[in-house]
Write a protein that binds this ligand. Structure first.
Ligand code: URA
Length: 228
């Protein structure tokens, strides 16, 4: 019996609600990767998202509206990692779509790319109530998922946004953002450039110049022209 169009539509709506904006492609197809070759990354990200499911692994699940899995190119050369979704992200199920997200988008464009060229994820995938910092048990419950995203995408450079993302990714709660930013760290062979969180930069625009200098180091490591 032929599949009804309505069935296909509701299946696509279901995956869109899960945060997917592409269909997974078979290994070797390139359609989902604007800047590289998808060797199955999209499908593996899709499987990871399915594995996370309607997650109840930590107490953040009781407050969230939508899980914010991550978005962008599954074979991105550059990956941004933030802290946790905020109000707007929680409603839309997409990372960095609020005011801080607009500033991040500007940075990406200034670096000579678009949001579709990079991958954006967070350390924790559900919004903490009142935008408080994620707690240790919540980071512990979720951190493995961003590690898996990194190992699937294998970006050539990671930029962490803010203190929490840096400390959580590097597993070192003593790291300070002011002294760490601008210096490369190593995560499993991938250079990590910490910089300020865009929400901090909205409150402290005088420090945008420092983030731009961090971004230029990332661009240079990628072997790209120095940005706009
Ligand atoms: N802040 C973050 O750290 N992540 C988002 O997705 C939005 C705001």
């Amino acid at each position: 019996m032929p599949v009804a169009i309505d069935d296909i539509k509701s299946l696509l709506a279901y995956y869109q609600a899960l945060g997917f904006d592409h269909l997974p492609l078979a290994a070797g197809e390139t359609g989902s990767c604007r800047t590289g070759v998808d060797t199955g990354q999209q499908g593996r990200l899709f499987e990871l998202r399915e594995y996370i499911g309607d997650c109840r692994r930590c107490k953040l699940s009781g407050h969230r509206k939508k899980i914010v899995f991550g978005a962008g190119s599954p074979c991105a050369k550059l990956m941004f990692i933030g802290e946790a979704p905020g109000k707007e992200e929680d409603m839309q199920g997409l990372p960095f779509v609020g005011d801080a997200g607009m500033l991040l988008t500007k940075l990406i464009v200034k670096m000579g790319m678009n949001r579709e060229d990079v991958y954006i994820a967070n350390i924790v995938k559900c919004r903490p109530p009142m935008n408080r910092d994620p707690e240790d048990d919540e980071i512990a419950a979720c951190r493995g998922f961003v590690e898996q995203q990194i190992s699937i995408i294998r970006p050539r450079v990671i930029m962490t946004l803010g203190r929490i993302a840096l400390q959580a990714l590097m597993g070192d709660p003593k790291l300070k953002i002011t002294s760490s930013r601008g210096h490369f760290f190593d995560f499993g062979g991938i250079p990590v450039m910490p910089t300020f969180h865009p929400a901090y930069l909205l409150r402290n625009p005088q420090d945008k110049v420092l983030t731009w200098s961090d971004a230029q180091k990332a661009i240079a490591r990628l072997g790209m022209p120095p940005g706009r």
